[in-house]
Design a protein around this ligand. Structure first.
Ligand code: NAD
Length: 352
């Protein structure tokens, strides 16, 4: 680890525990908010109604149109509601899609956000926002989109189905794995990354065994939170470049794609990241983190090949062309032939 470093602490108030959603009205009062809009997906509209009930007269309305990848048309419709109801803050209850909508509103209005995450994706701890317009996804980094308050209520994650829990946990772990070898890694992000990975590797099999195990769910959410902090504070490499490219080109499901690609991206980088590998071995209690990740994917009974989630066989070269045209910084130089082999193996689900 270098003796000098820069660490931008991302400001947010974090409340963690069981039943913590009951703190929502107090947090709204603390921020001086009295006309809140509750955001959700249509699938979680009932949960949004529960939050409105909790908020009482502080809730001015709800908008349940959040969608994956934050389409700007949806943001436009939500902004119409914000203006019509004279909203003074948003409450986002859900996964990364709902948090994304809250961030998109904050970017355009500076309204404060209170987020209650229900997956492990981690968007709530980052100044990043990805938006789509006419099928094109663009990502920006702005302190304006950072939520003011994040209320982690473990109980809200109990309903996340087993396979979604697994893919979402891999999505979280990918942030920490790449943070370990990021160009702007520092002792604090590395500590958070190692502990986040340790917590997830320990808790995920227990959650897969019993989704209602509140202790395991708590450990998993704790690990995901640490991994999210890493995503917010460091610059991601080849793994995230692969996922952004493949997701954009073939509209692949976000979290499943992260779970499949992670062991292959780690294998590619392994020769160039000795310090990160030492931490990974310690965190995962294994001599072979790549094999251990593969094994964890297999045991979680989630798709192991990009072919299985809709990537066309003839898409490999298109993806490679796009990545080579605009690569992210990565510890190992990204070479065309090696990249083709990486994506082909991830496509077929072969060994990394
Ligand atoms: P999601 O928010 O799209 O949720 C997937 C589905 O699961 C939705 O139908 C949702 O309503 C449902 N769901 C969520 N929590 C549930 C629960 N506890 N019980 C039952 N159903 C539940 O999925 P996601 O993986 O959390 O988010 C993906 C999106 O987040 C992508 O658009 C991705 O780009 C973005 N993301 C952004 C960042 C960032 O820092 N900007 C980080 C990670 C992910």
């Amino acid at each position: 680890m270098p003796q000098s470093f820069v660490y931008d602490v991302q400001p947010a108030r974090v409340i963690f525990g069981h039943g913590t959603r009951a703190r929502l009205p107090d947090e709204a009062d603390r921020l001086g908010l009295s006309r809140l809009l509750v955001l959700s997906t249509s699938e979680q509209a009932t949960l949004a109604t529960d939050m409105q009930t909790q908020l009482g007269e502080r809730a001015a309305g709800a908008f349940d149109g959040a969608l994956m990848h934050t389409p700007v048309e949806v943001t436009g419709r939500a902004l119409d509601v914000v203006r019509a109801l004279d909203i003074d803050g948003v409450v986002s209850v859900g996964g990364g899609s709902t948090t994304g909508l809250g961030k998109a509103i904050a970017l355009r209005t500076d309204l404060p956000q209170i987020v209650l995450p229900t997956t492990y994706a981690g968007s709530e701890m980052t100044p990043l926002l990805g938006e789509t317009q006419d099928g094109l996804k663009t990502t920006r980094r702005s302190p304006k989109v950072l939520p003011e308050v994040v209320i982690y209520d473990v109980d809200l994650t109990l309903s996340l189905p087993a396979k979604m829990s697994a893919t979402s946990a891999f999505n979280a772990m990918a942030h920490a794995v790449e943070a370990l070898y990021a160009p702007d890694a520092n002792p604090i992000t590395s500590l958070m990354a190692e502990e986040g990975i340790r917590a997830i590797v320990d808790a995920l099999p227990r959650v897969m065994h019993a989704g209602d195990d509140a202790g395991a769910r708590s450990d998993l959410l704790y690990g995901a939170w640490l991994c999210a902090c890493c995503l917010g504070a460091t610059t991601m490499g080849l793994h995230h470049k692969l996922c952004h490219t493949l997701g954009g080109l073939f509209d692949l499901p976000h979290a499943q794609m992260h779970a499949i690609v992670l062991p292959y991206a780690l294998k590619y980088n392994a020769m160039a990241i000795p310090e990160a590998l030492t931490r990974l071995k310690r965190a995962m209690a294994t001599d072979d983190p790549v094999l251990a990740l593969h094994e964890l994917v297999r045991r979680s009974d989630i798709p192991q090949a990009l072919a299985g989630i809709g990537m066309p066989r003839d898409g490999v070269l298109r993806a490679v062309d796009q990545i080579m045209a605009n690569p992210y910084r990565n510890p190992r130089v990204v070479e065309r032939e090696s990249l083709i082999r990486l994506i082909e193996r991830a496509w077929s689900g072969g060994s990394a």
